[in-house]
Design a protein around this ligand. Sequence first.
Ligand code: PLP
Length: 430
Amino acid sequence: MNTDHSSKAFNEARAIIPGGVNSPVRAFKAVGGNPVYFSSGEGPWLVDLDGNRFIDYVGSWGPMVLGHNHPRVRDAISAQLAKGVSFGTPHELETELARLITARIPSVDMVRMVSSGTEAAMTAIRLARGFTNRELIVKFEGCYHGHADALLVKAGSGALTLGVPSSPGVPKAVAEQTLTLEFNNTSQLQQLFGRMGDSIAAVIVEPIAGNMNCVPPEPGFLEAMRELTSQSGSILIFDEVMTGFRVHPGSAQSLFAIEPDLTVLGKIIGGGLPVGAIGGRQDIMEHLAPTGPVYQAGTLSGNPLAMASGIATLEGLEDENFYVELERQTKNLCSGIGELARTNDIPLTTNCVCGMFGLFFTELPQISRFAQVQACDQGRFQQFFHGLLNQGVYIAPSAFEAGFVSGAHTASIVDQTLEAMEPVFRALRG
Ligand code: PLP
């Protein structure tokens, strides 16, 4: 595969952008080699600067649930473009997108738009603290909620001890207010709430973890979280930046029938333009300025182009068969991959929930913990990633990222993907 133009573009970028990228995982550090520079996308396809075509399972890290360059989204953005890009005032599209969200997610009475998932999670934490007058936050290892200081924290020496910064620059005093537990470990959560439930402002969780590959919750885990937070007056925050409108028309919380107090959204609600949102119970949401004392603001919050893109995307999901088909193709893909692995004696486990999936090079029949993901064969993943790239299939350049299927991934695209994967699995067998 010729990658001359991508390599040249990366070398030029590296001179003036740290690492050549504007978000670290794009730099291919986890898989080696240079990133591919894409120039266009259409449906399930991406085309790079050298003219190579790839079936894409990253989907801009989630937002492109309708596929790339979807006419409905493109037309909506163009129509708004003709009227103006940004006003910095209230406008009707904000209310329209908020209405679409509240109509689909029962726990969300009100919505505040922001410009990224990071901003939304940061605001949700501040709101929970302001509402409860408490400071401690609980999160889970392997979950990612953006890069606000309070959330770039890992477990201290023991899981129930104070957190420590996971990046230089995060103040120790801030990190100490965040406790990090093991995802899917209900007894640890019970123990913590038994000891200090009254001091916990909020628990924040990805209801299906998508930042440690794809790890669904074990039965009872989210239920226990709901019960413990309700009993102790803590706020339960579901971070649905990734799972929102990806796994069910009402998001993961509707799939599992659990209502959090606050929901953090992003990705799909912007349809590829920068949007995040905090939504939830009216009494909590009204604690935000200007109705309440908790401060939050944004120059480009509710940007008209971004709202138009989000509205068109959510409307594009209205077909009652959309999620049925999305799930069908994700399952076809995962079972086809499982079959290729078995035929070639490659130990592999897959997880999939509707439009998201995970592939794990492991002997374990099931993956439900972060430590299990960390123990997977990274070397084999790297080989797999580059093999797929050469065969025209683009997956995330890290073994810790979920894969995404879109409405444009038809049965025939999935078949093409599996055909392209065959020689890759043969090469893995050696
Ligand atoms: N929360 C989750 C679950 C995410 O997956 C991400 C990003 O991938 C974020 C928050 C942060 O969103 P953003 O990258 O828009 O800041």
